[in-house]
Design a binder for this molecule. Structure first.
Ligand SMILES: Nc1ncnc2c1ncn2[C@@H]1O[C@H](COP(=O)(O)OP(=O)(O)OP(=O)(O)O)[C@@H](O)[C@H]1O
Ligand SMILES: [Mg+2]
Length: 285
């Protein structure tokens, strides 16, 4: 059923309705198992066919990892899911990305509304040059979130496993935190918009091993409430942290294509495709 989800909230804070533009995003169904369904996705940059015929489902409240060699289109696919590819002038997207059953790449759907529901965390931590508190409250306010900001800031920092480390210095600049803390601040900021899907493009690749494990633990914690899609170059990380893995490879003329989607344990122990096996055993890529 198509409706406006204006009731979602964190504590006493209420999210803005997402009926911006002519497109209205549907309210989440309580019994759905698949939150995103990618159907025959093709992406072009100018004349270059970067991603061809990609289809897979993203199960709700699970972590899906996208893996594959450099240039196979992992970031491209991820960016399509929350319409970030709209910001690249040469990019053209064909196919469907169904979010709660509604095609978010269709004409008439407001990309800003999509990004409120499907948040993104980038490789390099990118806090605003503002206080830790404002990193969360300011981002939330400009996205139409209203309510008790003290409560929102604390809830989001707790969810991002950062509260204990920063509760006494909320007025300090977010950029003064360590890289791993900055990344958790960016995750907290993303959660403040009240999304139900969080996309992460190599969120730990710039971090030391301890910060990386913290982010991985955090992802496991967050999957109870959110659905996560992560791009990672680190196969151990994909194996440790994800429930489902999607393996992409390069086809003719360097077009990225999907080779295999399987439960993570299965993909790493008993891959169905020879190309997957070659990649995970280090014979390719
Ligand atoms: N803004 C862009 N303009 C033109 N071509 C692009 C752009 N972004 C990506 N591409 C091309 O699309 C293909 C897929 O790139 P993408 O960044 O999605 O790969 P990736 O799998 O994320 O690679 P990596 O593992 O190196 O991050 C590559 O051939 C890349 O050169
Ligand atoms: Mg990439």
């Amino acid at each position: 059923m198509i409706g406006v989800d204006s009731g979602s909230s964190i504590g006493t804070v209420t999210a803005a309705p997402v009926s911006a533009g002519t497109g209205v995003l549907p309210a989440p169904g309580t019994d759905e198992k698949v939150i995103l369904s990618i159907r025959d996705l093709n992406v072009y940059y100018g004349n270059f066919h970067a991603v061809g015929g990609v289809s897979f489902d993203v199960p709700k409240n699970q972590i899906t990892a996208l893996i594959g060699p450099s240039g196979c289109g992992k970031s491209t696919v991820l960016r399509c899911i929350n319409r970030m590819n709209d910001l690249i002038p040469s990019a053209r997207v064909e196919g469907e990305i169904l979010y709660h059953g509604q095609n978010v790449v269709a004409k008439g759907i407001d990309p800003v509304a999509v990004r409120r529901r499907i948040g993104m965390v980038f490789q390099k931590p990118n806090p605003f040059p503002k206080s830790i508190y404002e990193n969360i409250s300011w981002g939330a306010k400009i996205n139409g979130i209203k309510g008790n900001m003290d409560e929102l800031v604390e809830t989001c920092l707790r969810k991002a496993a950062l509260w204990d480390e920063v509760k006494d210095k909320l007025k300090e600049n977010g950029l003064a935190l360590s890289g791993g803390q900055q990344q958790r601040l960016c995750i907290a900021r993303t959660l403040a918009i009240n999304p139900d899907v969080v996309l992460m493009d190599e969120p730990a690749s710039a971090l030391d091993p301890i910060s990386t494990l913290k982010i991985e633990d955090l992802m496991r914690e967050l999957e109870r409430q959110y659905t996560i899609v992560i791009v990672t170059h680190n196969m151990q990380q994909a194996a440790r942290v994800s429930d489902q893995t999607v393996f992409f490879s390069l086809g003719e003329q360097r077009m990225g294509m999907l080779v295999e989607v399987s439960p993570t344990r299965e993909l790493f122990t008993n891959p169905r495709d020879q190309r997957t096996e070659d990649y995970i055993t280090g014979r390719f890529g």
